[in-house]
Design a protein around this ligand. Structure first.
Ligand code: HEC
Length: 142
């Protein structure tokens, strides 16, 4: 009989130990919610965009008309790469207006290795109009 009462006493202790352990655990898990406060420190990542579009070229109406009439607009944009390079980029090559006129009549695809479909020469563009376009392209390089 003594053995049985000892076993009962042990199991009672065991149950008591378990339930007090559970109480401790529940108070610990409550305190963990505080760790989320670091979210407020996430840095904003908006800087690269503002650099890229710093200087958007506006095409004057007169020039836009010439570009449209001579089909340049189907392959070129002033600011963005389309089939051909943006006029903003061409301006950085420091051509004279005369050189640009010649390149409109006789393009040199080897100047632009990143553009797989080459420009076809446009000999039908009136020289006066080609010159106005060329002078405008040169003026983009400030
Ligand atoms: C069929 C598409 C297409 C049309 C139309 C077109 N271009 Fe191009 N252009 C290109 C491509 C592609 C390049 C770059 C590769 C090359 O020179 O062949 C280019 C390059 C140029 C260059 C740079 C030349 C150099 O060697 O640095 C100039 C300037 C230019 N184009 C002006 C014009 C003008 C002005 C017109 C309209 C009169 C025009 N382009 C019409 C596709 C075109």
């Amino acid at each position: 009989m003594k053995k049985i009462s000892i076993v009962i006493a042990f199991s009672a202790l065991f149950v008591a130990a378990c339930s007090s352990g559970n109480d401790n655990n529940s108070t610990e898990s409550n305190s963990s919610t505080n760790s989320n406060s670091t979210e407020n420190q996430t840095p904003s990542a908006t800087t690269p965009e503002s650099n890229a579009n710093a200087e958007m070229v506006q095409v004057p109406a007169e020039i836009n008309e010439l570009l449209n009439k001579n089909t340049c607009l189907s392959c070129h944009d002033a600011n963005d790469k389309v089939v051909g390079p943006p006029y903003k980029e061409i301006a950085k090559r420091n051509y004279t207006p005369k050189q640009i006129v010649e390149l409109i009549y006789k393009p040199k695809p080897s100047n632009w290795p990143d553009y797989p479909s080459p420009m076809i020469g446009l000999p039908n563009v009136p020289k006066e109009e080609a010159m106005k376009i060329a002078e405008w392209i040169v003026s983009l390089n400030k």
